[in-house]
Design a protein around this ligand. Structure first.
Ligand SMILES: C=CC1=C(C)c2cc3[nH]c(cc4nc(cc5[nH]c(cc1n2)c(C)c5CCC(=O)O)C(CCC(=O)O)=C4C)c(C)c3C=C
Ligand SMILES: [Fe+2]
Ligand SMILES: [Fe+2]
Length: 326
């Protein structure tokens, strides 16, 4: 049996200050995420950041929390269940899917153990990021490798690096935009916003920005959008360093001031809606645009658990494992 371990970023267990402190401590102690020497970073993290940010972030999480839990976890669970259902139907007995979170729960170690216990001796690791970044994709692999350091017998392993330019990914993004526009009409501008990264990461060789740009190019081609109809930006800046530009919040402000009437925002780098889309973009971003003079902003949801997307994601993953036990 082949094991497929889907891994998303992670999320706090509850929208509370103590849960946020635990989650942020683990997340921001990852040297793939904050590439500052620990001797300099540790006092900043354990001082100002973990004293102030957990309470503020907990309030933000409370605004987006679903009855079943954190949106990131809920949508990722639905994706995992949907894939399992497809493969149980189409390839009975060949694949077992588990979901894990890089930080928090359920941990990567537990996902790997479950797959092993189910009899999987071949495991495909799927970080749920369409674009590769060391902070996300490579960090996921670190967690897998660290777990396996403690095992006597380890499985055969494969890793899905990214699917930023896969035709089925692009087609699903385009379909979701078109469907939104069919019911609401078209905006003046489409803002395509990706999670940011410190500029330094790209200077050091991270392919993240190039992959984001490629996704944008393919998407606007698929939509037939002229250059003046869209903008690509980066959101979720963290800390004082320079991050990838243009910044999403500054762009929304500038568009509002320039008298743009309606902007729609799509975040193709997020497999699942989460704090960074449902609050930062759909609430704060919208407020920024409206306060600057804009009239209307729509957030177009992530692909999440859309049935067509889940079926196509199964097809994106198929070549990574289908030949493996034959
Ligand atoms: C989609 C890819 C992501 C990249 C690349 C990424 C890099 C990155 N993020 C931080 C700091 C934070 N990110 C936070 C939340 C968050 N980040 C991503 C994805 C990427 N991050 C997601 C999906 C989420 C949402 C998680 C959820 O539970 O909904 C947060 C925490 C939120 C907060 O407290 O405000 C921080 C902090 C850095 C420093 C970084 C690159 C190096
Ligand atoms: Fe992040
Ligand atoms: Fe509207």
């Amino acid at each position: 049996m082949i094991g497929i371990l889907l891994v998303n970023l992670g999320t706090p267990d509850a929208p509370t200050t103590p849960a946020l402190r635990r989650y942020l401590r683990e997340f921001l102690s990852d040297r793939r995420v904050v590439e500052i020497p620990p001797i300099l970073w540790w006092p900043i993290l354990n001082g100002p950041i973990l004293l102030t940010r957990p309470a503020r972030s907990a309030r933000a999480y409370a605004r987006v929390w679903m009855p079943e839990g954190s949106p990131l976890l809920v949508y990722s669970q639905r994706l995992a269940a949907g894939l399992q259902e497809i493969w149980d139907r189409e390839e009975p007995g060949r694949v077992r899917v588990e979901l894990a979170m890089r930080y928090g729960n359920p941990p990567v170690a537990k996902g790997l153990q479950r797959l092993w216990d189910e009899g999987c001796r071949k495991i495909l690791v799927v970080p749920l990021y369409p674009q590769y970044a060391a902070a996300t994709t490579a960090s996921t692999f670190d967690a897998v490798a660290r777990t396996l350091m403690g095992w006597r017998e380890i499985p055969a392993l494969r890793l899905v690096r990214d699917w930023h330019d896969h035709p089925l990914y692009i087609a699903n993004l385009a379909r979701s935009v078109r469907a939104h526009w069919q019911s609401t009409g078209e905006p003046e501008r489409l803002l395509i916003s990706f999670h940011g990264l410190p500029e330094r990461c790209v200077a050091l060789g991270d392919p993240y920005r190039a992959q984001c740009e490629r996704t944008t190019t393919l998407l606007v081609e698929a939509l037939g959008l002229a250059p003046e109809r869209y903008l690509q930006t980066f959101q979720s800046r963290f800390g004082p360093a320079k991050w990838l530009q243009p910044y999403t919040d500054k762009t929304l402000e500038a568009l509002g001031k320039a008298g743009v009437d309606r902007v729609d925002c799509l975040c193709p780098g997020f497999s699942a809606d989460c704090l960074e889309t449902l609050d930062e973009i759909a609430v704060e971003g919208r407020d920024t645009f409206l306060e600057a003079g804009g009239r209307d902003m729509h957030y177009i949801p992530a692909l999440n658990d859309d049935p067509q997307w889940i079926a196509d994601f199964a097809r994106i993953l198929a070549p990574h494992w289908q030949d493996w036990d034959r």
